[in-house]
Design a protein around this ligand. Structure first.
Ligand SMILES: *[C@@H]1O[C@H](CO)[C@@H](O)[C@H](O)[C@H]1NC(C)=O
Ligand SMILES: *[C@@H]1O[C@H](CO)[C@@H](O)[C@H](O)[C@H]1NC(C)=O
Ligand SMILES: *[C@@H]1O[C@H](CO)[C@@H](O)[C@H](O)[C@H]1NC(C)=O
Length: 261
């Protein structure tokens, strides 16, 4: 009597079912290839950066440290990566805007570094910081790229963190509004799209609950790192509360003082 020998595993590769499956997968991938026409009119293609990850020149032309610089240079950052040089955008933005244009990007989103524009957190504007953002914005205008500016991305001036605890203090609301006012006044003629703050949920959780990100505040038993300062029960909510008030102040200011039309 004849018995069927078990199929050699290699033969599986040639089984017609497998070929059919492969064909279906290839077809599926093909149908995932999109073109511009698959998107509605007005859909904008762009790319984004965050000041700390992009600019570098951390101590150049009057910029002072933000809470990210402090974190990056501390023992909490075992990899030791810093934003001292980063993508060197502070020096290479012209090249980058050219690349954006060549790539066909329609929009670019970037963050303004608060401690570059206003090194003490409040008060005097740094002329070199002002010049940098004006110059980058002008390059984007020349290249016909839609500009989206962000005011805050986890990079509070360290001076304000030291002075009154940063976002857990109500004092931050007025300082943020004053900073936003400078940005609207100086760049508002060319920047039509503004974002006040990015990822506040992440900042509340990681900055003040588990303490994983700057300003690394937490309290037992919630910390993911050894926090010596903070209160995970209270501070995430203070952070969010003041972020919302700061957002509302900036929006009110924009509507009342800066909005054209
Ligand atoms: C942007 O790119 C387009 C075509 O790719 C080119 O015609 C145009 O001159 C470029 N503009 C600038 C400011 O480089
Ligand atoms: C945190 O503190 C504990 C106990 O003091 C210690 O064993 C641990 O190594 C510390 N972790 C870090 C990342 O310093
Ligand atoms: C956090 O703050 C609350 C309210 O002030 C207080 O009851 C609690 O003991 C504090 N926790 C820590 C760890 O300091």
């Amino acid at each position: 009597m004849e018995t069927r020998r078990p199929l050699h595993p290699l033969l599986l590769f040639f089984s017609p079912w497998l070929l059919l499956l492969l064909l279906l997968v290839v077809q599926g991938v093909r149908s995932l290839q999109f073109t511009r026409d698959d998107f509605p009119d007005g859909f904008t293609f762009g790319a984004g950066t965050a000041a700390f990850q992009y600019e570098g020149a951390a101590a150049e032309d009057g910029r002072t440290p933000s809470i990210w610089d402090t974190y990056a240079h501390s023992w909490r950052n075992p990899g030791g990566e810093t934003g001292d040089v980063a993508c060197d955008g502070y020096h290479k933005y012209k090249e980058d805007v050219m690349l954006m244009n060549e790539t066909g990007l329609e929009a670019y989103r970037f963050t303004i570094s608060w401690s570059r524009l206003i090194p003490s957190g409040r008060g005097a504007v740094n002329p070199k910081g002002l010049q940098f953002y004006n110059s980058m914005i002008n390059e984007l205008v020349k290249a016909g790229i839609q500009i989206h500016a962000v005011l805050y991305h986890i990079d509070l001036p360290q001076s304000l963190q030291d002075e009154y605890g940063g976002w857990v203090s109500p004092k931050v609301v007025d300082d943020f509004a004053a900073y936003a006012d400078v940005c609207f006044r100086e760049f508002g003629d060319r920047v039509a799209h503004w974002t006040t703050s990015i990822e506040p949920n992440v900042m509340a959780q990681s900055g003040y609950d588990d303490g994983y990100l700057p300003p690394n505040r937490c309290s037992y038993p919630f910390g993911r790192s050894n926090c010596t300062l903070g209160n995970s029960t209270v501070e995430p909510y203070l952070f969010i509360h003041h972020t919302l008030l700061a957002h509302a102040s900036a929006v009110r200011l924009y509507r009342e003082k800066h909005q054209i039309n």
